[in-house]
Design a binder for this molecule. Structure first.
Ligand SMILES: O=C(O)COP(=O)(O)O
Ligand SMILES: [Mg+2]
Length: 225
C-alpha cells in the first residue's frame, strides 16, 4: 500500500470540540422562538450532516413544524458571532497536523460545516495555512456522505498529482465513513466525536483510534504495511 500522502480531515468532533458553541447558537434561536433550550448531549447527536440538517433536527425536537431553511440565516448569524467562545482543539491536534506537514504530506479539510464558519474557526486557531484545500458543506451542490466533496478535497490538495489511492479520510461519524466508502478511500474513525457512530457491524472495514493523539502512530504503522 502506498504511503498516505493526502490526509483529509473532518472538522466538528474530529479536530475541534465545537458542540458547545453550536448548541448555544441553536438555543439562542430556540429562545427567540419561545422554546426551551436543548441539552448539549442531544445537540451532539444532531451534528455531522451539515447545518441545514442540524437545524431541521433541532427544530423538530423543539416541536417547531416550519421549514428549517427559513431560520438558517439567523442561525448562521448567531453561530458566526460566537463560534470560538467555548470551542477547543482536541489534544495534540496542532502538533500532529504540523508533524504530518513536516513529513511532506498534504492536508485537506472536508467538513459539512458551512465554509465561512469553517474558515472563521480555523483562522481563530491559526490552522488555516496548514490545509492545502478546504471544502465546506456549501462548497459544492453535494455534501458528505456523497463522495464528491472528498474527491474534490483530494484533487484541490494534490493538483495534477492527486492520487486518491494514497488518501486517508479521518472523521468522527458514520457520515465520514460512508463518504470514504462512496469514494473507495481508506478511513480512520475517532468515535468519541458527534453524530451517529460508525456501525459496529462494519468494524474491520475501517481503522479506529480512541483519540486524535493516537492518529500519528497509526498512520506510521499503516505506512509500513
Ligand atoms: O456541520 C456539521 O454538521 C458537521 O461538520 P463535520 O462534517 O465537520 O463533522
Ligand atoms: Mg464530524
Amino acid at each position: 500500500m502506498a504511503r498516505r500522502q493526502y490526509l483529509v480531515f473532518d472538522l466538528d468532533g474530529t479536530l475541534i470540540d465545537s458542540a458547545p458553541d453550536i448548541a448555544d447558537a441553536v438555543n439562542v434561536l430556540l429562545g427567540e422562538l419561545g422554546r426551551a433550550p436543548l441539552e448539549l448531549a442531544a445537540v451532539k447527536r444532531m451534528i455531522g450532516d451539515g447545518a441545514p440538517v442540524l437545524l431541521e433536527r433541532a427544530l423538530a425536537a423543539a416541536g417547531i413544524q416550519e421549514a428549517a431553511a427559513g431560520f438558517m440565516p439567523r442561525f448562521k448569524v448567531f453561530y458566526e458571532a460566537a463560534s470560538t467562545r467555548r470551542t477547543v482543539l482536541y489534544p495534540k491536534v496542532r502538533e500532529s497536523l504540523e508533524g504530518f506537514r513536516r513529513e511532506g504530506r498534504r492536508l485537506a479539510l472536508c467538513t459539512n460545516k458551512p465554509k465561512a464558519a469553517t474558515e472563521l474557526v480555523l483562522r481563530h486557531f491559526g490552522l488555516v495555512e496548514l490545509f492545502a484545500a478546504i471544502i465546506g458543506g456549501d462548497s459544492l451542490p453535494q455534501r458528505k456522505p456523497a463522495r464528491e466533496p472528498l474527491l474534490a478535497a483530494i484533487a484541490a490538495a494534490g493538483g495534477d498529482d492527486a492520487a486518491p489511492e494514497c488518501a486517508l479520510m479521518i472523521g468522527d461519524s458514520y457520515t465520514d465513513l460512508a463518504t470514504a466508502r462512496a469514494a473507495a478511500i481508506e478511513a480512520v474513525i475517532i468515535p468519541s466525536g458527534y453524530g451517529r457512530p460508525a456501525d459496529a457491524a462494519e468494524q474491520g472495514a475501517y481503522h479506529e483510534v480512541a483519540r486524535f493523539a493516537d492518529l500519528p502512530p497509526l498512520i506510521e504503522r499503516l505506512d509500513r504495511t
